[in-house]
Design a binder for this molecule. Structure first.
Ligand code: SF4
Length: 295
């Protein structure tokens, strides 16, 4: 199966929208395996919180209700340690070795960073459990980390012909009072772009899939925001309907052929480049040659 025939993941679409050139280097370029795969503590913290929530909801669905904090804290701590171990030398700290006079001083600083990361996660899972039971467990989980995979039907849109989409939905739950189904994405961040609740293509895709393929009559989408900067928990609510689906299908019809064949132009945004983890390589590669469309 060639690269262009595989299911397209939601994260690939998001990356292409962020910067087509970065998408090219990650997914088409023959030297992509040599690109750095840096892991940062905020990323690892987010994954560990996700793992703890998955454990909570899966236990709940299996009939084992977690009502005390100890198992949740334990799950979070185990996940964090495992992810740090897996990251190994690709883990990048905020502190750089060159800013310290000795290995010992550097180790003390990175240990503090790790301890801070752990303390933040512990606060977040505590806030989560408290809030869950404050709502008197009104919302019943139906699907956790649900694998979304589907092929678009033939709409007569050439860009979507035989295109399959792949993604994972954090949580689909149901309000036991109203019967309303919600699609929830958990976000851990210190600086979240709140406008995404109204504009995110990811949420529209999830809602489209849940209503068309799982056959839930749902319009509600939500972000549960785990603020890592000043540990706090918030919700953002939005909705999706047929108008959003139409816009999404038009957008995907335009961009999916470009994801397969280019052009892989540079995103004109300093912001994207500032946080790009292949910025150094991108600059060097650009001097060698421009990316070319896939044959
Ligand atoms: S440095 Fe900028 S242009 Fe280059 S891949 Fe990253 S985001 Fe795209």
């Amino acid at each position: 199966m060639s690269l262009v025939d595989r299911p397209i993941s939601v994260s690939q679409i998001e990356l292409f929208k962020k910067c087509p050139k970065q998408y090219y280097y990650r997914y088409h370029w023959s030297g992509r395996k040599s690109l750095p795969d840096k892991k940062t503590l905020p990323l690892i913290l987010g994954s560990a919180v996700h793992k703890a929530l998955e454990f909570f909801y899966r236990s709940h669905m299996a009939g084992v209700k977690i009502i005390t904090i100890a198992p949740l804290e334990q799950e979070f701590t185990n996940a964090l340690l495992q992810l740090i171990e897996q990251a190994g030398t690709s883990l990048e700290y905020k502190k750089k070795r060159k800013s310290y006079s000795s290995d010992d001083a550097y180790k003390t600083a990175t240990d503090q960073e790790l301890a801070q990361c752990h303390a933040t996660g512990i606060k977040l899972v505590n806030l989560f459990l408290r809030e869950y039971y404050a709502s008197q467990a009104r919302y019943k989980p139906i699907h956790v980390e649900h694998k979304m995979e589907f092929t678009f039907p033939d709409f007569g849109l050439p860009g979507l012909k035989d295109v399959s989409i792949l993604g994972f939905i954090d949580l689909i739950d149901q309000d036991t009072l109203t019967g309303q189904t919600r699609i929830i994405d958990h976000k851990t961040s210190g600086d979240f772009d709140k406008s995404l609740i109204g504009t995110s293509l990811q949420l529209t895709l999830y809602n489209y899939y849940v209503s068309r393929y799982l056959k839930y009559d749902t319009k509600a989408v939500a972000y549960q925001l785990f603020n890592t900067r000043d540990p706090d928990l918030n919700w953002l609510y939005g909705s999706r309907d047929e108008r959003y689906y139409l816009e999404m299908l038009k957008e995907l019809n335009a961009i999916i052929p470009c994801m397969k064949n280019g052009p892989f132009y540079k995103r004109e945004s300093d912001q994207a480049c500032r946080f790009c983890n292949i910025a150094t390589q991108c600059q060097a590669l650009e001097e060698i040659k421009e990316p070319e469309p896939v044959a």
